[in-house]
Design a binder for this molecule. Structure first.
Ligand code: ADP
Ligand code: ADP
Length: 227
């Protein structure tokens, strides 16, 4: 677990062929406490994925810095596990091998296997470790992708519309799953969604992102009371 500090982060996309630029946001300051569950909520196109990708190190900020703990983000790293809308599992590998794949260089085969099994158990997929992705439902695939992200032992779990492609019933099952994971692991979670119910249900705090003319972001912080 670590805190995430986003300091004065801006992102401008440059289109070199048309010689135009588009500023998605400027000067975002966001401080996520260790173990906190924060949603980034806002309409499509406001820059949620862009911000999450910058935290993940998959995209570069045009200005500002992102710190995870005391370490500045320079690129992807094992301290940040990412879950996307599409699970993108490797279809020729079993569930277990998919989860082991990303960690096999860091651990012995035995350790990697044990870790993968531990996290597949956490997402209630113990019975499916030898199955192939095509044998699983959409919700189960997403649970594998969560186990894969957690097996890296990240400080922070980053989720980009992880349940956006799922039906309502599967989605509410996965909400329970995420709440359970958060209770069990105490991870810092940053969760991108455009679904207000989902953000209220899951998070400690909602960071509302909006767009103003010119593409500059408006950001509001909404803390939620917890029982
Ligand atoms: P959200 O996740 O909130 O839907 P995005 O972060 O995907 O928003 O996109 C924010 C804005 O940045 C959108 O207007 C989008 O078209 C633009 N954008 C995203 N990625 C790129 C890119 N690679 N090049 C140019 N513009 C981009
Ligand atoms: P979502 O709404 O699910 O976040 P988008 O459809 O906005 O996804 O974007 C999908 C991909 O296309 C992302 O990788 C994003 O960076 C890229 N993208 C989005 N808008 C643009 C754009 N205007 N120019 C180039 N790439 C873009």
């Amino acid at each position: 677990m670590a805190e995430v500090n986003i300091n004065h982060v801006g992102k401008t996309f440059e289109n070199k062929t048309e010689q135009t630029t588009y500023t998605v946001f400027e000067d975002i300051d966001l401080h996520v406490k260790s173990g906190e569950f924060v949603s980034l909520l806002g309409p499509s196109g406001c820059g949620k994925s862009t911000l999450l990708n910058i935290i993940a190190g998959l995209d570069q900020a045009s200005s500002g810095t992102v710190l995870v703990g005391s370490k500045e983000v320079k690129g992807p790293g094992v301290d940040r596990g990412v879950v996307f809308q599409e699970a993108a599992l490797m279809p020729w590998m079993t569930v277990l091998d998919n989860v082991m794949f990303g960690i096999k260089k860091r651990y012995s085969k035995e350790e990697a296997r044990n870790k993968a099994i531990e996290y597949l158990k956490l997402v209630h997929l113990s019975k499916f470790i030898d199955s192939y992705p095509h044998e699983l439902s959409g919700g189960m695939k997403q649970r594998v992708s969560i186990a894969r992200a957690l097996a890296m032992d990240p400080e922070v779990l980053l989720m980009d519309e992880p349940f956006g492609a799922l039906d309502e019933q599967t989605r509410s099952m996965l909400h329970k799953e995420v709440q359970y994971i958060w209770e069990q692991t105490g991870k810092t979670i940053i969760f991108v969604t455009h679904n207000i119910r989902e953000s209220i249900l899951l998070s400690d705090r909602i960071v509302l992102m909006g767009v103003r003319p010119g593409g500059i972001i408006n950001i509001f912080d909404v803390p939620l009371p917890r029982p």
